[in-house]
Design a protein around this ligand. Structure first.
Ligand code: MTE
Ligand code: MO
Length: 241
């Protein structure tokens, strides 16, 4: 029987579900009025075109929602994936997937927390510490920030150099003890454990050391650049876990 409910998992995601997951979640969690107005006009003006491209529940996603601001993303594999490290460094580099897999791997188990309110507890991520890649590249004295670009051609993120050097920031190859699938940003995504999940850029293709922090995709649209979980985006309480 058709109940008229659009929330069923696995269905194509239409406008109502999009508004439910991103719109209400974001507006409920974030209290900054300028950001609310920005989101409202953003949603109101473009919801029919589904501005995020695809946003919704991922079938068998275990509580994850699938996010992409690009409507289609090329697939990359061990043959054609490359991660470049460049900018204010002495030794720019280009890594294959095999290169990254051959480096020491770090496994972290933390809660994933999206700024719109959903959380996936105790999620293992595994990969190479970003600090290791930065050390290998030799960051020059003028470098104080790191910019991340993605092979979806649209998304970007950034961190201060100090944030990027934290031990809980990974260039992640695995999630939930499996190789990162395409939907979750595979084969390689950034994983910034202490910050809201929008910092964890999917489909990572470039790491560039820069002089200044350049706000990323969502940050140009109102989210905090320093996205500490529980201490940013209008939240002042630690989330219960
Ligand atoms: N390239 C790219 N990375 C991205 C996003 C995106 O749209 N494109 N969305 C961000 C947001 S808001 C979240 S909550 C997570 C979602 O990751 P998931 O799709 O694996 O659940 O990815 C982050 N990284
Ligand atoms: Mo998010």
């Amino acid at each position: 029987m058709n109940t008229g409910q659009p929330e069923e998992e696995g269905r194509p995601i239409g406008r109502r579900v999009f508004l439910g997951t991103l719109g209400l979640g974001a507006l409920g969690v974030i209290s900054a009025p300028t950001l609310q107005r920005g989101l409202e006009s953003f949603l109101g003006g473009a919801a029919d075109k589904d501005p995020t491209g695809l946003t919704g529940l991922l079938p068998n996603g275990g509580g994850f929602r699938y996010y992409s601001v690009a409507s289609s993303v090329p697939r990359k594999n061990a043959e054609n994936y490359r991660l470049t490290v460049d900018g204010l460094v002495d030794r720019p580099a280009s890594y294959t997937l095999a290169d990254l897999r051959s480096m020491p791997q770090t496994r972290l188990v933390r809660d994933v927390q999206c700024v719109t309110g959903w959380r996936v507890p105790d999620t293992p991520f595994e990969g190479v510490r970003l600090s290791r890649l930065l050390d290998a590249a030799g960051v020059r004295a003028k470098g104080t920030a790191v910019r991340f670009t993605c092979f979806d051609g649209t998304y970007s993120e950034s961190l201060t150099l100090a944030q990027a050097r934290r031990a809980d920031v990974l260039v992640a190859l695995r999630m939930r003890d499996e190789d990162l699938g395409h939907a979750h940003g595979g084969p390689v995504r950034l994983y910034v454990a202490p910050m809201y999940f929008y910092k964890s850029a999917k489909w990572l293709s470039g790491i560039t050391v820069t002089e200044d922090v350049r706000p990323g995709y969502w940050e140009e649209r109102g989210y905090d650049v320093d996205a500490w979980v529980g201490r940013s985006n209008g939240r002042d309480d630690e989330p219960t876990s």
